[in-house]
Design a protein. Structure first.
Length: 95
């Protein structure tokens, strides 16, 4: 339970984070600048076996990542991933 603006809520507080910039790196990794101004590296390789992400095994498609409404997207918006997952599982770096 947590209190937000004098209202008691069940569960855990929701942390909203968005992606400001996503840049492809070698070996199917992403360099990501979040709305918190933190930078993290996310290794995409473990996700590439999922049917939703198999098109990204084509490096040309993976490298064409862009940010739309705070989400990294590929293939004209057909593929995306939640910023929360990237934030939670990314490795923080100093820049």
């Amino acid at each position: 339970m947590y209190v937000l603006k004098d209202v008691a809520n069940t569960g855990e507080p929701v942390f909203n984070v968005l992606v400001k910039i996503a840049r492809p790196l070698d070996d199917f990794r992403l360099w990501i600048l979040f709305s918190t101004d933190e930078v993290k590296i996310f290794d995409f390789k473990p996700l590439l076996t999922s049917p939703a992400f198999t098109p990204l095994t084509d490096k040309a498609i993976f490298d064409n990542v862009f940010v739309e409404n705070g989400y990294p997207v590929w293939n004209n918006g057909e593929i995306d991933i939640s910023p929360e997952k990237l934030y939670a599982e990314g490795i923080a770096i100093l820049y």
